[in-house]
Write a protein that binds this ligand. Structure first.
Ligand code: UD1
Ligand code: CA
Length: 478
């Protein structure tokens, strides 16, 4: 799914720098995972915020990291200026750390908090436009539950006076207008003042205190509201993470349906940000599309399926199955209860049925594996039938070995293919065979260990050894 671009064309106004604050630990999450690494629609929170910041085409994006700095930097993506805040002494202190990276490089500074992911690029564009006339433009709005947020105190004429933090007694204010942790400054004004902010009672430097500073100077502070108040949502707790994730999922599903994707019950379909789905795809309940998955037109997935980092062609049918890091061609049917693991390449028209497991293997066009079985580290040709219970015995306790199966092969039920082993084109195995030696094209083998059946092979006449096998190059090592 492509990110729809609802932002205005790139600004021709002053150069914009973006600062993203992501140095805090996020203790209120009560998790070992740093807060900004918690996923929203499959991407770490900080990555989502970076994408929003990038969408307004800034001259520079600065990321302030501190807690778990290496992990956070890795998760945030490439092309960022990284600034280290050794001690997390507050949001004002964090912005101050970005001064050297930013001063002189932009006329406006957009500050985004790493835990505020729903703000839309179009809203940031409106804010930067308003910053032409005011040194501070805040994103604010009235919310149902303002607890935990800084609240906007206004005078009798409605002018913004200051932001009052929860710890400073915001709860005593009547207002439910909060600041979202999104703000645009005129750079010159910001860098002149942010270094002079006092320490709060809790010994932190609050970025929010800049509002009162501007007001005391007689400057106007603009407070803009987003079109939808969900843009204001910050994430401090697991419950807030879940709320924001729901909104992010709603947006993705909405965009997919706008592009012609059908979902009988969208609330049970989960699609990560990086997933690409074409029109005329049907996603049934309890379908999860994760990572870098791509799904082509006409394919139907679910109910009850998980597809991760996989590429599905046109007109496939996937029911109650798990697909991971695999490539599937066109017109393939999968499931119920199939498991495709990393490196499975399933060609056009293949049919994989219940409890079929395929790993690091190619299954050639038109081949069928209708029932339970395991194909691993194998190359299976076209129009081959893999009978119920077939297993590629690829692991001898020490190493993995390869199995090669030709075109038009018939593998009888419950055949064990003890790798390394190969079956030539048109070969056949009897039910219950344990195949330990290579089978020639057209040859029928049966039994334990499997041996050729005299007179039942389509292969050319020739010399046979005592077991009835034709001599082959691999025989010396067996
Ligand atoms: C902050 C605001 C509050 C606002 C709310 C919006 C302040 C003082 N308060 O409160 O007015 O309503 O966000 O969601 O700004 N961070 C650093 N370094 C630090 C401290 C924080 O990088 O020293 C980062 C955190 O990683 C986080 C962001 O800044 O991504 C916000 O910090 P957080 O502690 O969540 O602030 P809130 O208490 O939510
Ligand atoms: Ca927060």
């Amino acid at each position: 799914m492509k990110q729809t671009d609802n932002s205005e064309p790139p600004s021709t106004r002053g150069r914009v720098g973006v600062v993203i604050l992501a140095a805090g630990q996020g203790t209120r999450m009560r998790s070992r995972l740093p807060k900004v690494l918690h996923p929203i629609a499959g991407l770490p929170m900080v990555r989502q915020v970076v994408d929003v910041g990038r969408a307004i085409d800034p001259a520079i994006v600065v990321l302030v990291v501190g807690h778990a700095a290496e992990q956070v930097t890795a998760a945030a993506g490439d092309g960022l200026s990284i600034v280290y805040q050794a001690d997390q002494r507050g949001t004002g202190h964090a912005v101050l750390q970005a001064r050297e990276a930013l001063e002189g490089r932009s006329d406006l500074v957009v500050v985004l908090y790493g835990d505020t992911v729903l703000v839309q690029p179009a809203t940031l564009e409106r804010m930067t436009a308003a910053a032409e006339r005011a040194p501070i433009v805040l994103l604010t709005g009235i919310v149902e539950d303002p607890s935990g947020y800084g609240r906007i105190e206004r005078d009798l004429d409605g002018r913004v006076l200051r932001i009052v933090e929860t710890r400073e007694g915001a709860g005593e204010l009547e207002t439910r207008e909060i600041w979202a942790g999104v703000v645009v400054y005129q750079s010159a004004w910001l860098w002149e003042h942010v270094g002079r902010l006092p320490r709060s009672a809790s010994d932190e430097i609050y970025l929010t205190d800049l509002v009162a500073v501007a007001v005391q100077e007689g400057r106007e502070v603009v407070a803009l509201h987003p079109p939808d108040m969900v843009e204001l949502a910050g994430i401090n707790t697991q419950a807030q993470l879940a709320d924001v994730n729901r909104v992010a999922q709603d947006r993705i599903r909405g965009r997919l349906m706008d592009c012609g994707v059908r979902m009988p019950d969208p609330t049970t379909v989960y699609v990560d940000s990086g997933v690409d789905v074409e029109g005329d795809v049907v996603l049934h309940p309890n379908t999860h599309l994760q990572g870098r998955t791509r799904v082509a037109a006409g394919t139907e997935i679910g109910p009850n399926s998980i597809v991760r980092d996989s590429d599905l062609g046109r007109d496939c049918r996937v029911v109650a199955s798990v697909l991971e890091a695999c490539v599937v061609g066109h017109g393939v049917t999968i499931g119920p209860f199939a498991h495709l693991r990393a490196g499975a390449t399933i060609e056009d028209g293949v049919e994989l049925g219940n409890y079929a497991e395929v790993k690091a293997s190619r299954i050639g066009a038109g081949s069928r594996m209708h029932h339970f079985g395991y194909v691993g580290d194998a190359d299976v040709g076209r129009d081959t039938n893999v009978g119920a219970g077939t297993v590629t015995c690829n692991y001898d306790g020490q190493a993995k070995h390869h199995t090669s199966v030709g075109d038009g092969v018939f593998i009888g039920s419950d055949t064990m293919l003890v790798a390394p082993v190969s079956l030539g084109d048109g070969a056949r195995t009897g039910a219950g065979s344990v195949v330990t030696r290579d089978v020639k094209p057209g040859q029928l083998v049966v039994g334990i260990p499997a041996r050729p059946v005299p007179g039942r092979s389509a292969s050319p006449p020739g010399p046979r050894d005592a077991d009835g096998f034709m001599p082959s190059a691999g025989d010396a090592s067996r």
